[in-house]
Design a protein around this ligand. Structure first.
Ligand SMILES: *Cc1c(COP(=O)(O)O)cnc(C)c1O
Length: 362
């Protein structure tokens, strides 16, 4: 077998090796049907069952009861930035957005094309170093919803708890942290996530919407853009990204085998602490960027005191088997994305490499 690298890619990101191997084994002849999943009708019983099972498994892993629709859509999380206001931002109402990083800004911008928007809070002035406080009195009166980005992939920050928004429907982009920690998701009217960080490969996007809120969605936009269309048809209105859904199914079963979200949360805490500890004990060689309380356990970001050696750090890390440690092109610096599928050993190896690099270059 080829040696696997320590994969800290921000997305598409690491998948569990067991999942890749199982998919490989099933690739040509899916469950002894004599054809590949890629060649199978999405109207077949096999795909219908797979679709249903995957929706149920996701709800149960997230701890959500009945009363929610799980939709499998295309277009990535970025398409949700537009579909959310198209479905739920009626004329005369205002949508609240909390700006905590560049993906939240993109979501806000798309909504601005659709209707009235209000920036309820922002940490842009602090270069996104923290998550701003939010309370119900910062929201527009009679607002359609409040949108937050639960984990900021590029900046490396996260909400440490779900904010209070009174009676406004709360919507969260959970792309880079879904299934990574236990949260009371019943507080949300809708959550969504592109799959390619914690759920599977690129190609499928999950939207989970409370049924009573879904009833309020627009009935005048084109059908293909309506959440209702996907809900009514169990995400089989048109051809879904079948193989991506299958891969997600395997990832979800892997999460079950790992002991579910609670176990992964604990593991993620340990994994991220290994790297944050090196940063905090490096006597300023490495500098954390995000306020300690809001540090992400998925995307760990830092800079070098001497920015001139960041490139050298990246090159040496690559030569030593690490992948994906450069910060996002818009912010620079370094970032290790330690999603659910990144093993503890990879984080330990990175921590060791960082200590060694600091010793040699400090
Ligand atoms: C990656 C990411 C996106 C963009 O996802 P696409 O699937 O590329 O559209 C949006 N929001 C967050 C929080 C992300 O991490």
């Amino acid at each position: 077998m080829t040696k696997r690298r320590y994969n800290f890619n921000p997305g598409p990101a690491a998948l569990p090796l067991e999942v890749l191997e199982e998919a490989q084994e099933q690739f040509v002849d899916f469950q002894e049907t004599g054809i590949s999943l890629l060649e199978m009708s999405h109207r077949s019983r096999t795909i219908e069952d797979l679709n249903q099972e995957t929706q149920q498994l996701l709800l149960s892993l997230l701890g959500l009861p009945n009363g929610y629709e799980v939709l499998f859509m295309g277009g990535g999380a970025s398409t949700q930035f537009a579909l959310l206001p198209l479905n739920f931002l009626n004329t005369n109402q205002t949508a609240n957005y909390v700006l905590t990083g560049s993906f939240s800004e993109k979501a806000y911008k798309e909504a601005s094309y659709v209707g009235l928007t209000h920036i309820a809070a922002s940490s842009k002035d602090q270069q996104w170093r923290s998550i701003p406080e939010l309370s119900a009195d910062q929201l527009a009166p009679d607002s359609a919803y409040t949108h937050i980005t639960m984990n900021n992939t590029i900046e490396g920050s996260r909400y440490n708890k779900i904010p209070e928004v009174g009676s406004t429907p709360l919507v969260a982009d959970m792309t880079s942290e879904i299934l990574s920690r236990k949260l009371d998701l019943e507080r949300f009217s809708m959550i969504y996530a592109g799959a390619q960080k914690n759920l599977g490969p690129a190609g499928v996007t999950v939207a989970i919407i409370r049924e009573d809120w879904l009833e309020k969605a627009s009935k005048t936009i084109p059908e293909i853009m309506r959440y209702e269309t996907f809900a009514k048809n169990k995400s089989l209105f048109n051809t879904p990204p079948v193989h991506a859904i299958y891969m997600m199914h395997l990832v979800l079963k892997w999460v079950v085998n790992k002991g579910g979200v609670e176990q992964l949360e604990e593991l993620n805490r340990i994994k991220s602490a290994l790297i944050y500890d090196v940063i905090d004990h490096s006597e300023g060689f490495y500098k954390g960027i995000i306020e300690v309380n809001n540090r992400s356990h998925m995307n760990i970001t830092w800079r070098m005191a001497n920015e001139g050696i960041e490139r050298q750090f990246i090159e040496e890390s690559e030569a030593n088997g690490f992948e994906g440690l450069a910060g996002h092109r818009s912010v620079g610096g370094l970032r290790a994305s330690a999603y659910n599928a990144v093993p503890l050993e990879a984080c330990q190896a990175l921590a060791d490499f960082m200590v060694d690099f600091a010793r040699r270059n400090g």
